[in-house]
Write a protein that binds this ligand. Sequence first.
Ligand code: NAD
Length: 378
Amino acid sequence: MKQLTRRSFNGLAGKGLLGSALIANMPLANALSTNKNDKKLGIALVGLGSYSTYQLAPSLQETAHCYLAGIVTGTKSKEAIWQEKYNIPKKNVYNYDNFDTIADNDSIDIIYVVLPNSMHADFCIRAAKAGKHVICEKPMAISVAECDAIINACNENNVKLAVGYRMQSDPYTNEVKKYVREKTFGDVKFVSSDAGYISKGNPDQWRLDKSLSGGGALMNMGVYSIQTSIYGTGQNPIAVSAQEFSTRPEYFKDTDETITAQFKFANGAVAHMMTSHNSNGNRLKCHCSKGWFELDPAHSYGPISGTTSNGDILKFPHKKQQALQMDDFAKHILMGTKNVAPGEMGKRDMIIVEAIYKSIDEGGKEQLLSLGNMGIVS
Ligand code: NAD
């Protein structure tokens, strides 16, 4: 009987053929079950900056279906530190130059790209070509064309793709989605959402450099407000108008500081979002025909806090969102559960980002959107 390697295992999982392969190929099942990380998928983090260091790697110590198997870094001095801290073998350590040889490493199933935004497309496409499943951090890329290129590369190489939208795995977010779906408070009429912080750091940081970030507050925090506007109504918007505000042009030389935008939805609902690198904001409020519900904070690392017009205070056990997120993706690969943050969701949000920038360029002119149900996962 032909034995499956980890690489062909990934390909079969990508085609949804894993179940039949596992029955027909017991050697693979044996190989996996003799692994000390029994049936856990190996993740390699690409880019060991603050998000990988302080959120993703610690979260991978709490995951049930995946584990930190490898690292890809351009900083030589980080290699030994990470190897020792997380017991990573030398053979699973890569740099940006030898990254493509990861194709030959059967211990790596998923590549998680955690680099500046303009580098996402290149590394996600190379990961897909290496036959690895891909998680791409938010924002998915810096243009719709790049999102398409990532999606196509994953489809062509039969690997799965998710965006690092941790809120899609958060229990408070999912409770809000349930309220919307089940009309617990009637029809959602108006959604207000904010996502921002006051940027005071190094003015040369990559987030303020358009060539690396693709844009300012909108690219960085605005995708949260776009997401909350959509899961707060359960629909994609049909039109958007937007405005930009600049008060510190000497600091925000290259990127947007504060943006507000208004969305229209097919059922008559309306949403207003604010995103900023010059104001704090972390809230979602949904006004409905029979009451309201609110998350405040709505998208920090947790615990999130929720209240409703019934006087309910939402309370869920706290687990790291990133652990829930990476386990959700691993379960999608291993068990065929739904992909809660597929590439189409990241692309949809980038279509909206581009429409917002276009509206600003055209003095706030309304931009029509034809998104259908693209990226909606209920
Ligand atoms: P960071 O600046 O802390 O780390 C960036 C990493 O990229 C560093 O290891 C750096 O060495 C490396 N790098 C490679 N080439 C670089 C270049 N030309 N310029 C700058 N850095 C370069 O950033 P971060 O906060 O870890 O963000 C990385 C990605 O993760 C971004 O896409 C960001 O939007 C995303 N992120 C997501 C969340 C979330 O909650 N989902 C939170 C933080 C960051």
